[in-house]
Write a protein that binds this ligand. Structure first.
Ligand SMILES: [Mg+2]
Length: 137
């Protein structure tokens, strides 16, 4: 069990519930934000190890939210990976342009979500050696 905390920006209650269960199963803590505005308010005061970002949100969308998070990062000495999690197709380029790091389409394979988090969330107590090897090669 590690104590890495993932901010889940997701407005759909069922998706929130599923992600919460999955992240707990993977050993992460999940903090849920139901809107971009809520996510930005949380990110201003809390350091998260990664953000899972839905794109279609009420009010501000996930792309704009990611852009603003990157603006906020400029004033911090940490970098928070942002991973888009969306049912929308063909948004990869827009996500990367907005400063997001990776992209996973819904419905996603649980294994792919697990791999994605291992790739982006570094856990010094349980380092994933395969990912480290990949990064060093
Ligand atoms: Mg949504």
């Amino acid at each position: 069990m590690n104590s890495r905390t993932i901010l889940v920006v997701e407005d759909n209650l069922t998706s929130q519930y599923i992600l919460k269960q999955l992240l707990a199963k993977f050993g992460y803590r999940a903090q849920i934000a139901s809107s971009a505005e809520e996510a930005l308010a949380s990110a201003a005061y809390t350091r998260y190890d990664a953000v899972l970002m839905d794109l279609m949100l009420p009010g501000m969308d996930g792309i704009e939210c990611a852009k603003r998070m990157r603006e906020m990062d400029k004033h911090k000495d940490v970098y928070t990976p942002i991973i888009a999690l969306t049912a929308m197709m063909d948004q990869r380029e827009a996500c990367i342009k907005a400063g997001m790091d990776d992209y996973l389409n819904k419905p996603y394979d649980i294994k792919d979500l697990r791999k994605m988090l291992l790739r982006w969330v570094f856990d010094p107590f349980h380092p994933n050696l395969n990912v480290l090897k990949e990064q060093l090669s």
